[in-house]
Design a protein around this ligand. Structure first.
Ligand SMILES: Nc1ncnc2c1ncn2[C@@H]1O[C@H](COP(=O)(O)OP(=O)(O)OP(=O)(O)O)[C@@H](O)[C@H]1O
Length: 297
């Protein structure tokens, strides 16, 4: 696989126990290097499972995931991963935690960068991790991951317990890292509005399957919000993600297959509208490279 690809999944599937259902199934996508990718989906959709598979913390039940051109375990030195529960050693101080990061990554530890992240949160370097708030712990976990100067950062709901100012500041730090070093960032989140300005790639996961995958601009361009007179055959031939009839008025989010009838009002959806429409309609046809070869080309 070429080095311009950060992450590839091929028919990737994970079942945690033989009799359990699939946490992730038949998942195929390619994430080019240098992208900031949002992973969104409802609770239990499989987002953490996908990130853990990419981090090499769990093995696929079927299919394969390729990370930076190799296996997840071989890529680990080049990957930063922050799990949802931000595991750290509670008995260490903040300074000791960063020293541990330096010891574990002697080749390319960015001490100044990691210390800057901690200092921006006014954290006492001598404070023990167990005495920190959830948001402060998140900051230390992100400092550890960023200090590693990874080529790929896998972040599982990194902003969930941060206050709005800390979110804004840390998102800025992440974007600066991506811009300066070309770091690929894959970040799960439930706050879609927050991702619109920072992410350029989307993986929408629902019920263990990839529902939307691709560049956000391409995905938005493939969809249209339309409204017009509610005629039964109005949307024939187009892919309807969501539609609603109010009186004699029809409004819908569609993937047009060709020109629309005269008289329809059309508008480009926002990322939040696109994601919410797909989340509200889990049966809507997926749009991923596997579903649409022309789109993938
Ligand atoms: N270690 C595990 N053992 C058994 N089942 C698991 C395990 N981890 C996840 N699952 C199951 O896999 C499915 C996907 O879970 P996952 O944590 O990946 O979802 P998620 O999209 O990250 O959810 P959330 O938004 O709530 O964090 C769920 O049904 C969950 O119960």
């Amino acid at each position: 696989m070429s080095s311009d690809t950060a992450l590839t999944a091929e028919a990737l599937g994970k079942r945690f126990r033989r009799r359990a259902g699939w946490a992730l199934r038949d998942c195929s996508f390619r994430l080019p290097a240098g992208r900031v990718c949002a992973v969104v989906g409802p609770n239990g959709a499989g987002k953490s499972t996908l990130l853990a598979l990419a981090a090499g913390l769990t093995a696929p039940t079927e299919g394969a995931v390729t990370v930076l051109g190799t296996t997840p375990s071989a890529a680990r030195p080049r990957v930063g991963y922050v799990a949802q529960d931000k595991p750290l050693h509670p008995q260490l101080t903040v300074a000791e935690t960063l020293r541990m990061g330096a010891d574990l990554n002697p080749a390319h530890w960015d001490a100044a960068g990691a210390e800057r992240v901690v200092a921006a949160g006014d954290l006492d370097p001598e404070a023990r991790v167990r005495s920190l708030s959830g948001g402060q712990r998140t900051r230390v976990a992100l400092a550890l991951a960023l200090g590693k100067r990874p080529e790929l950062l896998l972040l599982d709901e990194p902003m969930a317990d941060l206050d709005p100012l800390a979110r804004h500041e840390l998102m800025g730090t992440l974007m600066a890292q991506a811009a300066q070093y070309g770091t690929t960032i894959v970040m799960s989140s439930h706050v879609v509005a927050e991702l619109e300005d920072s992410c350029d790639h989307l993986l929408l996961v629902g019920s263990g399957r990839i529902r939307l995958a691709g560049e956000i601009d391409d995905l938005l361009a493939a969809h249209l919000r339309i409204s017009g007179a509610a005629e039964p055959a109005a949307l024939d031939g187009h892919t309807v993600v969501e539609s609603r009839v109010t009186g004699r008025q029809l409004s819908a989010l569609i993937r047009p297959a060709g020109p629309l009838p005269e008289g329809w009002r059309t508008a480009a959806p926002s990322l939040e509208e696109l994601v919410l429409a797909h989340l509200r309609n889990p049966g809507a046809p997926a749009l991923t490279p596997a579903e649409n070869q022309e789109y993938a080309a």
